[in-house]
Design a protein around this ligand. Structure first.
Ligand code: GLC
Ligand code: CA
Length: 539
């Protein structure tokens, strides 16, 4: 591979693993760390650069690991610390980085810190969490809503007569990040993992760490629609993203920077673009990669997914980036419907080409490389508390957390036991083993894209420029030191001939459609419905 003096996380591709669902090694139906180790050959074969593993720390599993009861351990469901050490070593041996999921905003209510905190009003840990007196009428301190239940986010504790705040589940009390002792304890946890070889962190709900010190009520959201999640009834003004937040992110970043190697801070931040950009820090000294979810939102439904809208989105995002800031792109994660379900199989392939050819670090959600769809969960098998707790009950996020299909054997090779969530009905056909042998599969397409990125600096780190967004086509160019690629995406599901312009000549380097590679292009290109091509340009 060509090299250049850039941190690995700029040219690299991050692959997110939801550990409960990747590979089970001991037949209990739940994926684990030893299971990931068994599948590292696959990750190396696929060609990704880093793995982000969702939480595997000790947890009562009220939110499947996003409720941590010990920040420096491994939950027995996922294995032992020795399994973690093996995982680091095995990944590093194949030059794959390991990114952990850090959940600083809240702990489990079973964390010893919270147990102490709720003991008495004068417990030294009282101020580690957010405790407030009831209103004079006994009601909760303000109107903030839980994002997990849609109900008021304060829980009354009769023993001490105060309420504690939980932005998510009742079992996930928010830590008080204005307390320096909390920060110190959390930074110690980060150091613990950095010392064990971790290469970076994805930080859970990073924008939530700073709340309004006066705990003012959130205003009513006039744009609320019945189809919105219930917490949207209020504007999210005072409960998150408050002054002081960037200083906290900078502190975390300094800690990461004090370790050798480039260890990025990736922030989970669901905020409008202008606010998101603040998280890079005034001197690019906060998060290296504040997650950019704009493509995820744009792909929410097939109608929004069109060429002019996408072109505007990419241009606006590029234009809004602070000078020198590095972009990133996401089309799926463990909280959002699968892209193949949102867009359909054919456009999911186009989206994969886009994800892996835009300028910026892509994050790929496990099984999206198989074109995996969201899985219907029978009501009696729903496990996600965010689904069960919602008014009327929904499937929550289980549909996007189902087991990875590996082969055509029982349970698609995921487990020898009973899988914790059902597999896709078409798991065998979708499986890695089946798709590996099919040159036209989504898996083969993804792997070819990753290989091309790896061999072409123009695609990995090159500049981005728009070509056109007319006639249902999105076309753009990537360039690095005289080498250029045109990427042309057909978004209307109709075949057409696209004028790229005189002087745009070259050869197809990759396509979603078979039989294209090597074809010569001169000024225009003929595309099939739902086709995406990457053209190596020649002078
Ligand atoms: C983040 C996680 C989500 C979790 C929530 C609370 O949004 O991605 O899965 O439930 O935070 O920790
Ligand atoms: Ca297991």
């Amino acid at each position: 591979m060509a090299t250049v003096n850039r941190p690995w996380w700029q040219s690299g591709v991050v692959y997110q693993i939801y550990p409960r669902s990747f590979q089970d090694s001991n037949g209990d139906g739940i994926g684990d760390l030893a299971g990931i180790v068994e599948r590292i050959d696959y990750l190396a074969w696929l060609g990704i650069d880093a793995v982000w593993v969702s939480p595997f720390f000790p947890s009562p599993m009220a939110d499947f690991g996003y409720d941590v009861s010990d920040y420096t351990g491994v939950d027995p469901i996922f294995g032992k610390m020795a399994d973690f050490d093996r995982l680091v070593a095995a990944l590093h041996a194949r030059n794959i980085r390991l990114i952990l999921d850090f959940v600083p905003n809240h702990s489990s209510d079973q964390h010893p810190w919270f147990k102490e905190s709720r003991n008495s009003r004068d417990n030294p840990k009282r101020d580690w969490y957010i405790w407030r007196d009831p209103r004079p009428d006994g009601g909760p301190p303000n109107n903030w809503l839980s994002l997990a239940t849609g109900r008021n986010a304060w829980q009354f504790d009769p023993a001490t007569g105060q309420y504690y705040f939980h932005a998510f589940l009742t079992e996930q009390p928010d830590l008080n990040w204005r307390n320096p002792a909390v920060r110190k304890a959390m930074y110690d946890a980060l150091r613990f993992w950095l010392d064990r070889g971790v290469d970076g962190f994805r930080v859970d709900v990073l924008w939530h760490l700073a709340k309004d010190p006066e705990f003012r009520d959130n205003p009513i959201n006039p744009d609320y629609r019945d189809s919105d999640p219930p917490w949207r009834r209020l504007q999210q003004i005072y409960n998150a993203d408050q002054p002081g937040i960037i200083d906290i992110v900078k502190e975390m970043r300094q800690l990461l920077d004090s370790y050798p190697g480039d260890r990025p801070l990736i922030g989970e931040i669901y905020l409008p673009r202008a606010r998101l950009m603040e998280y890079y820090g005034p001197h690019l000294d906060a998060a290296q990669l504040p997650f950019n979810f704009s493509l995820l939102w744009e792909s929410w439904n097939r109608e929004k997914w069109n060429a002019p809208a996408l072109m505007r989105l990419v241009q606006d995002y590029e234009a809004a980036l602070p000078r020198g800031a590095w972009p990133n792109w996401v089309v799926g994660n463990h909280d959002q419907p699968r892209i193949a379900t949102r867009l359909g199989a054919a456009q999911a392939r186009v989206a994969m080409v886009m994800l892996l050819t835009l300028r910026g670090t892509p994050t790929l959600y496990y099984a999206d490389e198989l074109g995996h769809e969201s899985v219907q969960i029978p009501p009696e098998r729903v496990r996600d508390p965010f689904g069960i707790n919602m008014p009327g009950g929904t499937q929550g996020r289980d549909p996007v957390r189902t087991p990875m299909p590996w082969d055509a054997s029982a349970n698609a090779g995921f487990t020898k036991g009973e899988p914790w969530l059902p597999l896709a009905w078409n798991a065998a056909a979708l499986s890695v083993e089946t798709q590996k042998h099919d040159a036209g599969s989504m898996l083969s397409l993804t792997r070819s894209l990753l290989a091309l990125r790896r061999s072409e600096l123009a695609l990995a780190i090159g500049d981005w420029a728009p070509l056109s967004s007319g006639d249902g086509i999105l076309a753009y160019q990537r360039t690095w030191e005289g080498r250029s690629f045109a990427i042309v995406l057909e978004l209307e599901s109709r075949p057409k001939t696209v004028r790229l312009g005189d002087g745009i000549n070259g050869q197809v380097a990759l396509s979603t459609h078979p039989g294209r590679v090597g074809q010569r292009i001169a000024g225009s290109v003929r595309l099939d419905a739902d086709e995406a091509v990457v053209v190596a340009l020649t002078d």
